[in-house]
Design a protein. Structure first.
Length: 253
């Protein structure tokens, strides 16, 4: 069995006295592709930030690569949900990606040849090397998302965290994007957060439903029990506010 990358035991978290997460237990193993989903306000992003060490639990333990999350940050790539940029700021795509190589004690001019090699490799992987000299404000939502993932990859992480990665990507481009994530998953563990169950693809290896409590299933399929416990209603699947019926994959006889 692959080694555990993330280990969470009896995690509790409250905000301003209001419980957000309670009794969460989760193990993410090397090579996993885990999607965490649930209703808005259910605690998905909070759980991700706890795993990143950006928040601290009220109770329970989190270990990432066997360490407290903040001490394992250099082994993790992170693409946040909302990346606010000034589209008028004169910064190139290449400069944004190189931000992922900044280290404490090194100024902006401290980029090495190795940094630039890593930036080119990450940008080629995400298909944005040919627009490296373009201003960041000139990009589409899908292009921006690719650039921000390249920025996360440039540090050569072992685990990639994505928060609502599909939010800025149009339906036409999603199939191609899923294939990119599949290729990344060959080299690293992926944890992706979404409120939209339509982001699930055949490449996902495990799902976790979060609505204060967490329900885990070690395959890419969503069980009816998970939906009933998380959404508390008879709707099989909710995406963009529209009910859908989703059937598990059937094998041909």
């Amino acid at each position: 069995m692959p080694e555990p990358i993330i280990e969470i035991e009896d995690l509790w978290f409250s905000f301003n006295g209001q419980p957000v997460l309670q009794g969460v237990n989760l193990t993410v193993r090397k090579g996993d592709y885990l999607v965490i989903f649930g209703p808005n306000g259910g605690g998905k992003t909070v759980l991700l930030k706890l795993m990143l060490g950006l928040l601290r639990p009220n109770r329970g333990t989190i270990r990432v690569f066997g360490l407290p999350p903040e001490k394992a940050a250099w082994r993790i790539g992170y693409v946040p949900q909302n990346v606010h940029i000034n589209k008028e700021f004169p910064i190139s795509v290449l400069d944004v990606v190189l931000m992922g190589r900044l280290r404490r004690g090194r100024g902006w001019s401290g980029h090495t040849r190795e940094d630039r090699r890593a930036a080119q490799e990450a940008m080629e992987q995400m298909g944005v090397w040919d627009i490296r000299h373009r201003r960041i404000g000139q990009l589409s939502g899908g292009q921006l998302q690719r650039v921000f993932i390249a920025r996360a990859l440039v540090g050569e992480p072992e685990c990639l965290f994505l928060d609502e990665a599909m939010a800025s990507i149009d339906t036409y481009s999603r199939g191609e994007f899923y294939e990119l994530l599949r290729k990344l998953n060959e080299k690293m563990t992926i944890v992706s957060v979404s409120h939209d169950l339509m982001v699930l693809s055949s490449h996902v290896k495990a799902v976790a439903c979060v609505n204060r409590e967490l329900y885990y299933h070690d395959s890419g399929e969503i069980t009816q029990e998970m939906l009933d416990q998380v959404y508390h209603c008879p709707v099989d699947l909710v995406a963009h506010g529209i009910p859908h019926r989703v059937f598990p994959r059937h094998r041909e006889k």
